[in-house]
Design a protein around this ligand. Structure first.
Ligand SMILES: [Zn+2]
Length: 161
């Protein structure tokens, strides 16, 4: 089965890194802006406004059959995108890398993400929105299947319960 059949892309628009970076203030998160989200055994540091969305992400991945991990799952990291001058959304604390040993960058042939898990996450939308709350790196031209990034402005996230 091919990628598109196994993991159909979500309807709606996924925003680019520079757009999202600007929405979140154009700088890496400060330590006091971060919170810990623990969905056992995964434990990640994320921007406070993103914490509930991250909990939903990890819970839906787990419900969809993705084994959560502790030592190869992470979020906040103030760094540039590998091989690029752009800052990574990990610096905002709004992107999560899940089980990177099972989801090597650059390929989709090997991933622990299940079609059901990806579908469950793609169903998450903010009220009145037509875009998915989370964008998945597995859909990129150079796939990064460990990577999930928040596709929303901080001011939009107060809706999440
Ligand atoms: Zn990532």
């Amino acid at each position: 089965m091919g990628l598109v059949e196994a993991f159909p892309p979500p309807p709606g628009r996924c925003y680019g890194t520079a757009t999202i970076w600007a929405w979140w203030g154009g700088r890496c998160a400060a330590k006091d802006e971060l919170r810990v989200v623990e969905i056992g055994p995964s434990r990640v540091h994320v921007r406070a406004e993103a914490a509930l969305a991250v909990a939903h992400l990890l819970l839906r991945l787990r419900r969809g059959g993705v084994p959560l991990t502790r030592n190869d799952t992470g979020a906040f990291n103030c760094r540039r995108i590998a091989g690029s001058a752009l800052w990574s959304l990990h610096g905002l604390g709004t992107a999560v890398d899940v089980a990177w040993q099972s989801n090597p960058n650059g390929q989709i042939a090997k991933t622990s993400m299940t079609p059901e898990a990806v579908r469950l996450v793609q169903q998450l939308q903010l009220p009145g929105s037509t875009v998915p709350l989370w964008a998945w790196g597995g859909h990129w031209r150079t796939p990064d299947p460990m990577h999930w990034q928040l596709n929303a402005r901080p001011t939009e996230l107060g809706w999440i319960r």
